[in-house]
Design a protein around this ligand. Structure first.
Ligand code: BLA
Length: 316
C-alpha cells in the first residue's frame, strides 16, 4: 500500500511498468485460510457427526510473543475420526494453515493433510491424502484408495508444478496425487488452491464415508502403528517447527506439536523416532541435529502419469 502512495505522487499510473504494478497487487493481496476450514467443517457435518474434542478447551487461541497476530486452533472427533484439527496463523507477515484429519485405527483410510505457508511473496504448499500404508510397494493398498484418483492428481499437478527437492523421507508419507508446490502469491493461485482443497477434501470424505470398519485385531494394530509412525515423523521433523518456536517460544511450540497437532504421539505407541527411522540416526544420537538429514531428493515429480513411482534412491 505504501508503494502505491509513494508511486502515485511521483509518477502517473501509466508510467508504472507492468512489473511494478504486479508487485503492488501482490503486496495489497492478502489471504485468509479461514474459509478453507469453514468449508471443511460444513462438508464434514454432511457426512458424519462432529463432536468438539476435549483438547479444544486448552487449545483454542494463542497470541504470538510480540503480541501481533493470532494463532487459532480447532479440534473435533467423529465416530470415524480420531482427531480433526486445524491451526491457523495470521500475522502481519504470514498466513499458515495446518489442517489434518486422522481416522480412527479401525480405518486404513489415508490421513487428510493440508499444509499451506504463505507470505507476501511466496507459498509453500502440501495438499495430500497421506497414505497410511506403503503405496510404492503395496499395490493393493495403492489401488484401493488411489487408482480412481489419479486423474484428479494429474489435473492439479499441471496447475501446481512440483515444488522441487524435499526431505527424502517425506516422499514415503506422500501419495501419487500429492500436491507439493511453491508459487508466488496471487489471487488466482489462492482461488485455485481453494478449489484443490475442496476437491481433495470431498474425495477424502467419500473415502471415509464408504470405508468398512475393520474388526481384525492385527490389522487394527497395523493401522495404529502406521498412524503412530506418521505422528512420530511429523512431531519430530515438521518444517514448521522453526516458525512456531519463533512465534511462541520453544516450550509452548513443543507442547503444541506433541499434544495438539500430533496428538497421540505420546499415547498411541511406544516406539521412538530411531526405532522407526534407524537409517536416519545421526552419529550423536540426536535426530534434531541438522547433520542427521538423509538429504533432499526428488527434483521432479517422482510419480508418472499412471501413478507409478519413478523416483530413485528411496530407503524403505
Ligand atoms: C517447508 N514443508 C516444507 C517442505 C515440506 C513441508 C515437504 C519442504 C522442505 C522439506 O522437505 O524439508 C511439508 N513435509 C511436509 C508435510 C509432510 C512432510 C506436510 O513430510 C507430511 C508428511 N509449514 C507448515 C507449518 C508451517 C510451515 C504449520 O506446515 C509454519 C508454522 C512452514 N514449511 C514451512 C517453512 C518451510 C516449509 C517455513 C520452508 C523451510 C524449510 O525448507 O525447511
Amino acid at each position: 500500500v505504501s508503494a502505491t502512495k509513494t508511486s502515485s505522487c511521483c509518477v502517473s499510473t501509466r508510467d508504472l511498468s507492468r512489473a511494478t504494478l504486479s508487485s503492488i497487487s501482490t503486496r495489497i493481496f492478502s489471504v485468509s485460510y479461514r474459509k478453507f476450514v469453514d468449508f471443511a467443517l460444513d462438508e464434514t457435518t454432511r457426512h458424519t457427526r462432529l463432536f468438539s474434542s476435549p483438547l479444544q478447551e486448552k487449545y483454542n487461541s494463542l497470541k504470538p510473543k510480540d503480541g501481533k497476530g493470532e494463532i487459532s486452533m480447532l479440534s473435533f472427533e467423529a465416530p470415524e475420526i480420531r482427531h480433526l484439527r486445524s491451526l491457523i496463523i495470521e500475522t502481519e507477515t504470514m498466513q499458515v494453515l495446518d489442517f489434518t484429519v486422522f481416522p480412527r485405527a479401525e480405518y486404513d483410510v489415508p490421513i487428510f493433510c493440508a499444509n499451506f505457508f504463505t507470505t507476501a511473496r511466496t507459498n509453500i504448499v502440501v495438499l495430500d491424502l497421506n497414505p497410511l500404508h506403503d503405496v510404492i510397494n503395496q499395490r493393493d493398498y495403492k489401488e484401493k484408495y488411489f487408482k480412481s484418483l489419479i486423474p484428479l492428481g494429474l489435473k492439479y499437478a499441471e496447475l501446481f508444478p512440483w515444488g522441487g527437492k524435499l526431505t527424502s523421507e517425506s516422499i514415503k508419507f506422500f501419495s501419487p496425487i500429492v500436491i507439493w508446490t511453491k508459487f508466488s502469491s496471487s489471487p488466482q493461485k489462492y482461488e485455485t488452491l481453494y478449489s484443490a482443497f475442496r476437491d481433495y477434501y470431498k474425495v477424502w470424505l467419500e473415502l471415509i464415508s464408504k470405508a468398512i470398519k475393520e474388526t481384525d485385531e492385527s490389522r487394527i494394530s497395523q493401522n495404529l502403528e502406521a498412524q503412530h509412525r506418521y505422528l512420530v515423523w511429523r512431531a519430530e521433523k515438521d518444517p514448521g517447527q522453526g516458525v512456531l518456536k519463533k512465534l511462541i517460544g520453544e516450550t509452548l511450540a513443543k507442547d503444541l506439536l506433541r499434544s495438539f497437532l500430533f496428538n497421540g504421539v505420546d499415547e498411541l505407541g511406544s516406539k521412538t523416532f530411531n526405532d522407526y527411522f534407524p537409517h536416519y540416526c545421526p552419529k550423536d544420537g540426536d535426530p534434531n541435529n541438522k547433520g542427521s538429514i538423509v538429504g533432499k531428493s526428488f527434483e521432479n515429480r517422482p510419480w508418472d502419469e499412471r501413478g507409478e513411482f519413478v523416483g530413485e534412491g528411496i530407503i524403505l
